[in-house]
Design a protein around this ligand. Structure first.
Ligand SMILES: [Zn+2]
Length: 114
């Protein structure tokens, strides 16, 4: 065998390298995700965000809105809605929040096109 490696040793070493490689790749992905979250939170309302980020920031904002719409639709199937001020769940036909007193607006049910 080349350079006198025993097969058992090299296969154990390979396994250990693959575990470390996977850990490093997963940590890198997680760091990029966290960086993206921090960047998005800092720039979601920034109209003059650099052009190279603008499409992605806009798309994430639209997806965030659509998630809200899907949640509203889900709650509606249970006869419920959410207070947009405090997040309390209430009967769908409520006019005011029974927790924070907020005057409820019409529930958003229209998805935006992405
Ligand atoms: Zn409320």
């Amino acid at each position: 065998m080349a350079m006198g490696f025993k097969k058992e040793n090299s296969s154990a070493e390979l396994k250990s390298i693959e575990v470390s490689l996977k850990q490093a790749e997963d940590m890198k992905k997680d760091m990029i995700y966290q960086l993206g979250e921090i960047f998005y939170e800092a720039n979601k309302d920034n109209e003059s965000v650099d052009e190279i980020y603008k499409d992605k920031v806009d798309t994430i904002r639209k997806l965030e809105y659509n998630c809200k719409v899907w949640n509203n639709r889900k709650l509606k199937t249970q006869g419920m809605r959410m207070c947009e001020n405090c997040g309390n769940t209430l009967p769908y036909d409520s006019s005011f929040c029974n927790k924070c007193g907020y005057k409820l607006k019409a529930v958003s049910e229209e998805l935006v096109i992405i």
